[in-house]
Design a protein around this ligand. Sequence first.
Ligand SMILES: [Zn+2]
Length: 76
Amino acid sequence: MVIESYPFRWRTRLRRHLPWFLIDLGLADKGDDCEAHGGDHEWYNADDVVSACYHCKIERLGQLWKRVPAAGDEGL
Ligand SMILES: [Zn+2]
């Protein structure tokens, strides 16, 4: 016999498991380090002293958000 309620149950299970599942994979969370994946950080002003990246968890001391990326700077 075919169980007609199967798709419904699948969606219920998906909704119940998806949030932590994605976070666990790092898809719904910030990345670990842009530079480690060949990218660049994009800084924002965390507290006027520390710069934090929009895309990953890296934070650095200094007002890096004021720095405009220049051609030829840091290998790019
Ligand atoms: Zn970053």
